[in-house]
Design a protein around this ligand. Structure first.
Ligand SMILES: Nc1ncnc2c1ncn2[C@@H]1O[C@H](COP(=O)(O)OP(=O)(O)OP(=O)(O)O)[C@@H](O)[C@H]1O
Length: 465
C-alpha cells in the first residue's frame, strides 16, 4: 500500500498544480488495503468532502491500474482525530525541513507544549527530532560540500571542542539540513545518553511565543540551556524577531560556556542575515563558518545514481548525465526529478531511458534554455569526456583530447548554423579544413562504430534538451 501511495502521489504531483497537490493530496494518509478496498484518510471534513468530489475518481483509476484489479477507494476522516488529545502528546517530530510530517503527527499540536519538553517520556532519539535517514553515509560529497562535510565530521567526532558554533550557509536544497542531522546521528550513536535537539528556527520562534503565552519561560530556558547539543536550522527566520533573538542569545551563551555544541544553518552568510542583532551575528561568526555550494555536474550525477540505487532502480550513467546536465540548481530539484521519472516509468511499465526522462520531465526541461551554442557544445562535450573546456581551444593533441574536440566540432556543424571557418575560429583559431576533417571523420565513425553513435546520441539529446 505504501508503494502504491508513493506512486499515486508522484503521479498526481505530475498532473496537478503544486498548490492543488499540496493542499489536497499531500495531507491524505493511506490507512489500509484489504481485499480490493483501500482506505484513505483526510485530516478534516472540509478536505474530505473536496477530495471525494474532485479527486476520488482519479485516485480510484490509479488504484485499479496499480493493482490491476477493481479497487474501491474509501475516503474517511482520519480516525486518529477521534483520539483524546493526550494520546498525541509526543510532540510531532519535525521533518528535516522543520515542518510537521505527514501521518499521525500531523494531527498533533505542532507547537510542543513547553513545560512538557523536559518531562517527556519519549526516548532520547525521539526527543532529539533527528531524522535517522540523514546520515554521513547517505550524503554524497563533491567539491561543493567537501569542506562542510569535513567540518561536520570533525565536530561529530569532538562535539563542543573543535568548532563552536559551527555555522553552515548556502542556498536552498543544498544539504545543510542533511549535514546537521548527520552530525546528530553520529553523536547520538556515539553517546546514546546525550541530550540532543534538532529544531527548525520557525519552530523555535513558535516555542518562544508559546512560552510567552503560557508564562513558561523558566521551563523553556531550563530545557534549552540543559541540552548537550543544539542543531538549529534556517536561522534567518529569526530576522526581525527580537524576543526570539534575545532568548536564543541566552541559550547560546549558556551552551557555549558549558562547551555544548551548537550547529546553525542559514541561507546566507551571518553578516548578511537581515534583522539580526549584531551581538548574535558576531557570535555566529566566532566558531567556524562554512559555505555549501551548488553541486557540480559530477556530484549531481553521483547523487542521482545513489538515490536511484536507494530506490532499487537501475539508472544508466547516460541517463544520470542527461538529467544532471539539465537540472543544475540543487539536490532537492534532482530528488523531485527522480521521483517523477520513477513514477512515470512505473506507470507506463517502461525502462528508464533518455526518451522516458524527457517525457517525464517535459515541464521542467521546457524551461531550460534550449539555444545551442558552440560554447555550450564545448562545455557539454568536455564534461562528458571529463576533460577541461580549455582543451577545446588548446593545441594539445593526445587522443583523449583530440577525439572529444573533433566530436565537439562535428556537433557544432550539425547543431548550429555556424560555418566551418566560424567553428574553426571558436576552436582556438583552427583552419576550416581541420574542422572539415573532424566532421567527416566523426560522421564516418558514427556509421561504423555503435559506441560512437551512442555517445553522439546522448550528447545530442543532452544538448537539445
Ligand atoms: N550531498 C548530498 N547527498 C545526498 N543527498 C543530499 C545531499 N545534499 C542534499 N541532499 C538531499 O536533498 C534534499 C534537500 O537537502 P536539505 O534539506 O538538507 O537542504 P537545505 O540546504 O537544508 O535546504 P533548505 O535551506 O531549503 O532547507 C534532502 O532530501 C537531502 O537529503
Amino acid at each position: 500500500m505504501e508503494n502504491f501511495w508513493q506512486t499515486c502521489s508522484a503521479q498526481l504531483e505530475l498532473e496537478l498544480t503544486p498548490q492543488q497537490f499540496s493542499a489536497w493530496i499531500k495531507p491524505l494518509i493511506p490507512l489500509d488495503y484489504e481485499a480490493g478496498k483501500l482506505r484513505v484518510a483526510a485530516p478534516n471534513r472540509f478536505k474530505l468532502d473536496w477530495v471525494k468530489t474532485q479527486f476520488a475518481s482519479r485516485i480510484t483509476a490509479l488504484a485499479c491500474q496499480y493493482w490491476e484489479a477493481q479497487t474501491e477507494v474509501q475516503f474517511v476522516l482520519d480516525p486518529r482525530l477521534a483520539m483524546p488529545k493526550k494520546a498525541a502528546t509526543v510532540a510531532p517530530v519535525p521533518d528535516h525541513n522543520g515542518g510537521v510530517p505527514s501521518g499521525n503527527a500531523r494531527m498533533a499540536d505542532p507547537v510542543p507544549s513547553v513545560p512538557e519538553l523536559p518531562a517527556s517520556a519519549a526516548p532520547r532519539r525521539e526527543q532529539s527530532r533527528i531524522n535517522t535517514d540523514l546520515t554521513f553515509d547517505s550524503f554524497v560529497t563533491g567539491k561543493a560540500n567537501q569542506l562542510a562535510r569535513a567540518a561536520a565530521i570533525q565536530v561529530a567526532n569532538n562535539p563542543g571542542v573543535s568548532y563552536n558554533p559551527l555555522f553552515f550557509y548556502g542556498g536552498v536544497g543544498l544539504g545543510k539540513t542533511h549535514l546537521i542531522h548527520a552530525i546528530g546521528n553520529q553523536v547520538m550513536a556515539d553517546q546514546p545518553g546525550a541530550k540532543i535537539r534538532y529544531i527548525h528556527a520557525e519552530q523555535y520562534v513558535r516555542d518562544v511565543v508559546t512560552a510567552y503565552q503560557r508564562k513558561g519561560f523558566d521551563d523553556f530556558k531550563h530545557y534549552y540551556h540543559s541540552l548537550d547539543m543544539l542543531l538549529i536550522d534556517d536561522i534567518q527566520f529569526f530576522g526581525g524577531k527580537s524576543r526570539t533573538q534575545e532568548e536564543f542569545f541566552y541559550a547560546f551563551e549558556a551552551l557555549i560556556a558549558a562547551k555544548k555544541q551548537i550547529i546553525i544553518t542559514s541561507d546566507t552568510y551571518p553578516k548578511e542575515i537581515t534583522g539580526m542583532d549584531d551581538r548574535l551575528i558576531s557570535r555566529f561568526d566566532s566558531g567556524l563558518t562554512v559555505a555549501i555550494e551548488p553541486p557540480e555536474l559530477e556530484m549531481r550525477v553521483a547523487i542521482l545514481l545513489k538515490k536511484a540505487k536507494q530506490e532499487g532502480v537501475t539508472f544508466s550513467d547516460d541517463v544520470a548525465f542527461f538529467v544532471a546536465k539539465h537540472l543544475r540548481s540543487n539536490v532537492r530539484e534532482l530528488e523531485g526529478a527522480l521521483r517523477k521519472i520513477l513514477a512515470y516509468s512505473r506507470f507506463h511499465g517502461k525502462d528508464i531511458t533518455i526518451d522516458i526522462v524527457k517525457e517525464a520531465l517535459k515541464d521542467l526541461l521546457s524551461v531550460q534554455n534550449r539555444q545551442i551554442s558552440v560554447e555550450n557544445i564545448q562545455k557539454t562535450v568536455a564534461d562528458f569526456f571529463n576533460i577541461k573546456v580549455a582543451d577545446m581551444y588548446s593545441k594539445r593533441r593526445p587522443a583523449n583530447i583530440a577525439r572529444p574536440r573533433q566530436i565537439a566540432m562535428y556537433l557544432a556543424k550539425e547543431l548550429t548554423q555556424k560555418s566551418l571557418p566560424e567553428i574553426g575560429e571558436l576552436f582556438g583559431g583552427r583552419d576550416h579544413t581541420t574542422v572539415l576533417h573532424a566532421v567527416r571523420k566523426i560522421a564516418l565513425d558514427r556509421t561504423k562504430n555503435p559506441e560512437c553513435n551512442h555517445e553522439l546520441h546522448v550528447l545530442e539529446q543532452t544538448l537539445k534538451g
